[in-house]
Design a protein around this ligand. Structure first.
Ligand SMILES: [Zn+2]
Ligand SMILES: [Zn+2]
Length: 248
């Protein structure tokens, strides 16, 4: 390190340049080293990012086909415990790969990119929420141990750094080991999630909460967590995540 820093001094390198040299940033889309300095995504990959444009469901933020629709079919049909939520990206092939790299491929640095994109695209909407705190959807301790980190917690902390809204990763805990939701239908998901979360000390010390998770598909995880928080004193529960599934 000493040798490197002397060399860096000779070349008049700044510390961020040096860090970039030692730990090059990986693109969250193609997973290759990003050549452009200061960028988080390669210029070509940036064009492949599935930003949500056009009308979105007022509740869950999923894209809608028609301008005159207010809510997606899911939000019309189901009782929602979350008040509103937003995400910058649609959950497509590109984002599926990116998030797999983040969760299972050890690419924790993607959290900074995701947080920046969430704030860039959703800050306007979030302002009206007056959220006091970010609460990440917790993992069961055994799953967290296996993965080494909670992807939602890391994302929440990156959001905190950039927004000044603190993260509380201790209030909500996962007390039941649930099955992977992907293969379950709506009813099975709810049964699976029943009594999955608990509020530490049985009391929520916040009025307006913003839940944080990586993906929102049917919303059953978010709803279950929001229900518990509201039953213990929260008034409004919003959410942000990296991606949402398709609406209509
Ligand atoms: Zn790329
Ligand atoms: Zn919706």
């Amino acid at each position: 390190m000493k040798v490197i820093s002397r060399k860096a001094e000779q070349k008049n390198m700044r510390l961020p340049d040096l860090i970039g040299l030692l730990f090059p940033r990986r693109c969250p889309v193609c997973q290759e080293v990003v050549e452009d300095r200061g960028e988080r995504v390669c210029s070509i990959c940036r064009t492949r990012l599935p930003y949500i444009r056009g009308p979105v469901c007022l509740k869950c933020g999923k894209p809608l086909l028609l301008e005159e629709q207010e809510y997606c079919q899911d939000c019309v049909r189901k009782r929602r415990w979350t008040d509103r939520g937003r995400a910058p990206f649609l959950y497509d092939k590109v984002m599926r790969k990116s998030i797999a790299g983040y969760k299972y491929g050890g690419r924790r640095e993607y959290a900074a990119f995701y947080a920046e994109e969430i704030l860039r695209r959703c800050a306007g909407e979030m302002k009206g929420w007056k959220g006091e705190v970010f609460i990440p959807i917790p993992l069961h301790p055994s799953r967290r141990r296996k993965r080494g980190f909670n992807q939602a917690e890391l994302l929440a902390k990156e959001l905190s750094k950039r927004s000044g809204i603190p993260t509380d990763a201790r209030l909500l805990s996962r007390i039941k080991k649930t099955h992977v939701q992907k293969e379950l239908n709506d009813q099975e998901r709810l049964t699976n999630l029943k009594n999955a979360f608990s509020v530490r000390k049985g009391k929520v010390p916040y009025k307006n909460i913003i839940l944080v998770d990586d993906i929102y598909t049917t919303g059953s995880t978010m709803d279950t967590a929001a229900k518990v928080l509201k039953e213990h004193g929260a008034q409004k529960v919003y959410f942000v995540c990296i991606c949402v599934g398709n609406g209509n």
